[in-house]
Design a protein around this ligand. Sequence first.
Ligand SMILES: Nc1nc2c(ncn2[C@@H]2O[C@H](COP(=O)(O)OP(=O)(O)OP(=O)(O)O)[C@@H](O)[C@H]2O)c(=O)[nH]1
Length: 509
Amino acid sequence: MSLRWIGLLAALLVAHLALAYHVGQAQGVLPQLVVIAVQGVAVGAVVVRWRRSPPLIRSPWLLLAIAAFMQILWAATNLLAVVVGDVGGYLTALGVVFSGLYMIPCMFMVARSFVQNEPRVVVMLDLILSCLVAVLLYRLVTQIISGPLASDPSSIYLIIHHADAVDFSLAAMAILRLLGARGFRWRFFYFAAATYVLVNAIVAAVYNRVEMQGLPWWAGSLVDIPYACLAIVTMRQPPRFLRAYHPSLATSQTIVSFAPIMLSLIILMLGISVSRISFIPGVLAASVSVIFYGLRVAFIQSRNLDMQRAIDQTTHRLQQQVGRDPLTGIANRAALDTRLQEVLEEGLRTGSYCSLLMIDIDFFKQYNDSLGHIAGDACLVKVACALSSSQLRARDLVARYGGEEFVVVLADTSAEAALEVAKRLIATIERLQIVHPRCPQGHVTVSIGIATQTHDTSIDPVALLEDADRALYRAKSNGRNRYEVADDMKSDAPAALRGVGATDSALPF
Ligand SMILES: Nc1nc2c(ncn2[C@@H]2O[C@H](COP(=O)(O)OP(=O)(O)OP(=O)(O)O)[C@@H](O)[C@H]2O)c(=O)[nH]1
């Protein structure tokens, strides 16, 4: 804060005291003009912060400026009453209206969560509840001043006690929000707001009690204090402890959720008090506070459920994408490893062993070289589609192992059955008749290595994959467009399995 502004504020405070002393009373015209000037400096300081703040935090600063401005209007009404006289008590009533209006932005700024994408309904409910505080305060004050209690001088204490309760609750809410604010800018805002509303509550409590004994000449200067504090806090650099303090996410969320409960509680309290003078409006207000709070919770919960559903769908989609090969759309290596591990464990547990086919496109390098890489990609997609739509069971998995290699995991499948599947897949690819200019058959063919789990197969997927890969290597060496069974299996297998493997396009499928 520049020295110029401190000097101006100090001069105004001294001028207020001097003028009040000179006039000999607190509510002279000139002293009250000074109050308005101090309030003006405070509002100006808040407006400057509002204009300089980033968009999300602008509205709270604006609400604070409006709240302080309402107090200027209240002070101006008092001044007008001194100058022209308050015929019919209209100006007093207007002063009460402005005091009530001051509550609306104050309550709203401490009750609103200000989170991004806050549902409009929730914002509206908070605004209505904030307005209800003002309405009830107005109703309570006017009923006490002009109702049946007016003749009882002690009834003024009812107003003072309720004003204290609301002012200090407001200050408590602002301090709570300060403690729960996670961003530094938000902490700074709530620091300024809490300072202002707390000092204002203390000054109002003292002023009202002093007033009961007859206002001494200096009492008007008390009114300057909250505005001087607000101006100083707002214009100065934020204190260091605001940067050092970091509430946890849980603390912050608890406080943000708790603030509207306080607001409803204040309305409930005012509603009960009003109901003692005017039953129906009081009970209505109390009920509205409970119903609106319930509605607020219901809306937030339903929005959270919607968000949870959207997150679940996205997670599901992402999980699917994570396990998919981007080119062919079939399962990728990660999904293969997971599924293979599952069926191996199941086989070991139940004795229903699985089989594995490792499939490799023959002469694929030559295919790429002669027809280009894009045609190669298209060929991979066709082969993947043909393999995955070749009437396998839902429990089986076709995955792209890498490059032009595919793997089929066959759960609970013997070596003989796997061999039949291999034959069928070789024929399926041949039937596609994908032209391959540099393949002896003239079209794309595949070779397959078969491995089957036995009682002593490791449950590590790599072991079975290596067996199948070795069998595939033999299929390639033995002329391609054929299948071979892994050596371990062949030695254990029935005669039908041994020595078979060569296949040609004339296989009877
Ligand atoms: N178009 C395309 N080509 C790929 C892809 N992944 C691997 N390849 C190619 O596949 C070819 C595989 O070549 P090799 O490992 O020599 O096998 P091959 O030519 O099929 O020979 P054999 O397997 O012995 O019949 C390489 O030229 C790779 O560049 C891919 O995603 N798209």
